[in-house]
Design a protein around this ligand. Structure first.
Ligand SMILES: Cc1cc2nc3c(=O)[nH]c(=O)nc-3n(C[C@H](O)[C@H](O)[C@H](O)COP(=O)(O)OP(=O)(O)OC[C@H]3O[C@@H](n4cnc5c(N)ncnc54)[C@H](O)[C@@H]3O)c2cc1C
Length: 169
């Protein structure tokens, strides 16, 4: 970018650009629809996202990492747990909603809860500009927090567990 470069003005706005995008991909019929959106959940999951023959997975159940809002892993993992619950339901007549919520309670929610505690500490320090205790905590835990965010350690005590995100029963 040379010295005369100016940031192009976004005169159409986000909605105008979205309408243009819809037309480009052949969806002109939808261009006048009012777009709707929602916030990415940051740890405020639904504890029992199932009822009778319906289960909610991913964002629909509020599953995303409380610290960074990463939801791709949770979308896959809840889908995997839901698939196991469906399989149990079809092969052994296990109740679908109960099986799914039990799996979530054992395999996902404890981690989300522990991550939420850590998030409150980290964000609380950032909000209060308390870099010193935060920096001391990060030094003391070495790479453990990063390992936990990357999924190779548990948020509960930062122990290593290779099955943490793959075990089902
Ligand atoms: C800007 C942004 C950046 C992000 N970055 C990251 C990131 O770097 N890493 C990460 O892990 N996560 C990230 N996320 C979060 C992540 O994208 C979501 O958590 C994840 O995609 C959730 O997957 P999902 O399958 O639950 O929902 P979605 O991926 O939203 O899939 C739902 C699908 O259902 C379709 N749909 C909706 N209503 C209907 C209907 N009535 N009929 C038929 N289809 C319908 C939608 O079009 C959509 O394709 C980001 C999110 C946003 C918004």
């Amino acid at each position: 970018m040379g010295p005369g470069w100016k940031r192009p003005k976004n005169e159409k706005g986000l909605r105008g650009l979205f309408q243009e995008f819809l037309k480009t991909i052949g969806f002109s019929a939808f261009a006048d629809r009012r777009p709707a959106g929602f916030m990415v959940p940051l740890g405020n999951y639904i504890p029992s996202p199932a009822h009778e023959g319906t289960v909610l997975i991913g964002d629909a159940g509020g599953f995303a990492g409380p610290i960074l809002g990463e939801g791709i892993f949770y979308a896959h993992r809840t889908a995997e747990l839901a698939a196991h619950a469906v399989e149990r339901h079809l092969t052994c007549a296990a109740p679908l909603a109960e099986t799914y919520t039990t799996l979530l309670r054992h395999r996902l929610i404890p981690e989300l809860r522990a991550e939420r505690v850590l998030r409150d500490f980290v964000y609380g320090c950032l909000d209060a500009r308390m870099q010193v205790p935060l920096a001391a905590f990060m030094r003391a835990t070495n790479t453990r927090v990063i390992d936990a965010v990357q999924g190779s350690r548990s948020f509960r005590g930062f122990w290593r567990d290779n099955d943490l995100h793959s075990a089902v029963w």
